[in-house]
Design a protein around this ligand. Sequence first.
Ligand code: UD1
Length: 378
Amino acid sequence: MPEQQTVACVVGARPNFPKMASVLAGLAEIASSLRPVLIHTGQHYDQAMSGSFFDQLGLPTPDVHLDVGSGSHGAQTARVLERFEAWLLEAEPRPAATVVVGDVNSTVACALASVKLGIPAIHVEAGLRSFDRTMPEEINRVLTDAICELLLVSEPSGVVNLRQEGRPAHTIALVGNVMIDALERQLAEARACEQARKMGFDAGSYALWTVHRPANVDDGKALAALVDLVTAVAGKLPVILPTHPRTRQRLERHGMWSKLAEASGVHVSEPFGYREFLSLQATAGVVITDSGGIQEETTVLGVPCLTLRANTERPITIDEGTNALIGPVGGDGIEDALLLHVDAILAGQYKAGRRPDLWDGRAGVRIARAIDAFLVDR
Ligand code: UD1
């Protein structure tokens, strides 16, 4: 009997977990002969940022843990590169391919280690472009797509971008959105957990707010603007603000944490688990964020999303979904723009949006078939 082929499936940071859970579910469903080996780089490591996601998403315990932890971009990326390469060199059997998802430092580092050893890398969520190279994720996306041999894309803009970058058509497949697979699998349980009601809020009566991008939280001016923005919106409806460790550290360092935490109408908390956060999104009146995945989830939930960025690599959430770009927190006129949108939403005068094609909960299966076919053809 031929030896079973393995594929190294890499996760590192919080947004990777639901995506990889969907890829693994797809591989299990098509019952291919491929055996996934799950690698956790350890880019995120807290129970709140990592552990609870494994439990709730049904991800298996990782086969391999690289324990890289936090660090500067260079240091963190280098640690992943070095440790993943060392693992690949020893792995028995040698993986037939490496699957990476999203745009975090672990994504680019593992793709690079893999292809340098002649093991093809496959990118799930390929082709997304903000065209903003000040974003670390944009650099990770561009580099990852340049070296992966199979590019699996979540929305049509990704195909256009990859073709414009000269990637051959046969390496690209529009497969849909794995983030939405995870949402579809978890939504009933998420709704049943009624997280907002447990916190004393009625459906539709609150804003859910997340912010963690370097451009929005890494300097004092942006943080001061953020505190003003949150306080202004909290004057209109209560704001639930689960706080990413990066945001909290920066606020504390600049002496602004207690001002925000004690502001009237503002309810700060630790990051929520996947299911609790999905529950809060599903019944929010408005979601305000600088995350990528949340722009997609709100589009499918039909909940208004106001994005605190100047650009998005997920334009379909604006063209077809419920997303609107407001601008970065420190930008001119942002408070007026944000309050104008919040008023429109509260008055019921905001677009309803629709679900994009192929965001149907079946992307993982299409991806599994594409990976299987790619390896058979080699
Ligand atoms: C990373 C990703 C970003 C993604 C985000 C989701 C990159 C370049 N960025 O950014 O794309 O949207 O994850 O959360 O890969 N920390 C903890 N516990 C943890 C992990 C981090 O306390 O489990 C703290 C550390 O002090 C760290 C800081 O949070 O310095 C930031 O973490 P890091 O992984 O560097 O980047 P994120 O901002 O989380």
